[in-house]
Structures are given as C-alpha cells and as structure tokens.
Design a protein around this ligand. Structure first.
Ligand code: C5P
Length: 241
C-alpha cells in the first residue's frame, strides 16, 4: 500500500502534533510540529527542528518499551517528522504523571525545594481539559466524572509503575536522571490498552546526572536557551547506546 499520508485526511490538529488518517483505518499518522508551548499555552514559540528530534526520540523510546513487552500505539517511524501509530477508538482523558524528584507544579504546590529526592515515586492524575488548565484530580474524581473506572485506573497504575522503573533504567544508562514524566493511554478497536502520545523532553523532566542541567522543556519554560541542543543531546545519547 501507498504510505504517503498526504493522501490521508487531517483528523486532528493538536498543540504540538497533527494526526492524519492512513490507508489502513486501524492506523494513523502522527506528524510532529516545531511548536513549543508552556504554562497551558500562554507561552509559545517555534523551535527549529524540535518536531524532528522529538519524533526520533519518542520512536527510540517506544521501540525500547515495545521490546520490554509494553503495549503501545507505536508501529514505526515513517520519516523525519512522522510516525505510524495504532488508532485509538478511545483516549482516556487523564494525564498520568509520575515523579521521582520534586520539580515543577509539585515543588510549587507543596513548597518543596526543586531537586528534593522523593521517598517514594508520586503518582498524580490530571484531568485533560485545556480550559481548566489540566487540573490535578484523584481516582474518585476520575470515576465520578466518567473518565475511567477503578479497574482501569488500577491497570494503568501498574503499567505506569513499570514504565517509571524501565525509563529510569534507560535514562540512567545515558547519564540522565528521570525527574518526572507524563503518560497517556487509550484503547484500540480490539479493546487493548495502549500507551499513547509522545515520550520526549517535552513530556518528561530529564536532568544531566553529572551537572543537574535540564535537558527538557524546562529550558523553554524558564528561558534557559539551547533548547534544540539539549533535545539533540538526549537523542544522541539514546542512539549511542
Ligand atoms: O508541570 P508539572 O510539574 O505538573 O509537570 C510534570 C511532568 O508532566 C513534566 O515532565 C511535564 O513536562 C509533564 N507534563 C506534560 N504535559 C502537561 C503537563 C505536564 O507533558 N500538560
């Protein structure tokens, strides 16, 4: 079959990605743009080539996770900016966050010094709702709002725990500390629960273990400069290993 997505129809335009239909209706094409956003879209910019680097980083990580036995939406990379993924008939409208070190909104909300090692990983749920700024919720809210069920939340929680362990390992292997990460899940037509969305420096906090330098979206949030250099550093280290 022809693999040129341009024949496909634009299904959805997101903040940093676009989704196109594909010849096979069980698949979609995800196109990574160069847009950078922070603070719920208040701060925006274009970072040259960010989409290319994130497409490649996310593909690299998803390949490793598939090899470790995780069910994911990833099929293959098509080109510099696009990857083929399984179509989800249902996306759980929850962001599943795991934190190993205090930073970002948790450090602020709880008055913790950025960099505080947490005694145990912290798992948070956020309601995916741009208008509300993705507010933090708990499992009861999620079930009461009809976003998920207790059974599904338990299933996802077990996967997120394993993902955190494996990603800590993967990043440790390249001299990078996984501070926190955000995951999303959906279900394919046959009901399989799959890990979705990207895993990249846009959706994780990654610190150089030796220097504690941020190699992630905090460079954009905090105007630290050298954003694409930092993302490229992550990609280079992942592919050298
Ligand atoms: O901002 P906060 O500290 O809550 O973010 C926790 C983690 O989740 C960070 O790695 C951040 O990049 C990620 N995140 C995300 N998309 C959001 C909110 C947070 O990828 N909408």
């Amino acid at each position: 079959m022809h693999s040129n997505h341009l024949q496909g129809e634009l299904l959805y335009t997101g903040k940093t990605k676009q989704v196109f239909s594909y010849d096979n209706p069980e698949l979609i094409v995800i196109h990574y743009k160069d847009d950078a956003l922070a603070y719920n879209g208040i701060k925006r910019a274009q970072i040259t080539n960010k989409g290319v680097i994130n497409n490649k980083i996310s593909a690299n990580i998803y390949q490793r996770l598939e090899a470790l036995g995780f069910n994911t939406h990833f099929v293959k990379m098509l080109n510099d900016r696009e990857q083929l993924c399984k179509r989800k008939v249902h996306l759980i409208q929850i962001e599943f966050i795991v934190r190993n070190i205090a930073a970002g909104s948790m450090a602020k909300r709880l008055g913790l010094k950025i960099g505080t090692q947490l005694k145990t990983p912290v798992y948070e749920l956020c309601y995916k709702n741009d208008e509300l700024g993705d507010p933090i919720i708990n499992a009861h809210h999620a079930v009461a709002l009809g976003l998920s069920t207790y059974e599904e939340l338990d299933e996802v929680h077990e996967i997120v725990k394993r993902l955190n362990k494996e990603l800590i390992n993967i990043f440790n292997g390249i001299g990078v500390t996984l501070v926190d990460a955000k995951f999303e899940f959906g279900r394919t037509a046959d009901g399989t629960l799959v890990l979705s969305d990207e895993i990249s420096p846009d959706t994780t906090r990654l610190w150089d273990t030796a220097t504690l330098e941020s190699l992630d979206r905090d460079r954009f949030r905090k105007d630290l400069g050298k954003i694409s250099e930092a993302y490229t550093e992550i990609f280079n280290r992942l592919t050298d290993n």
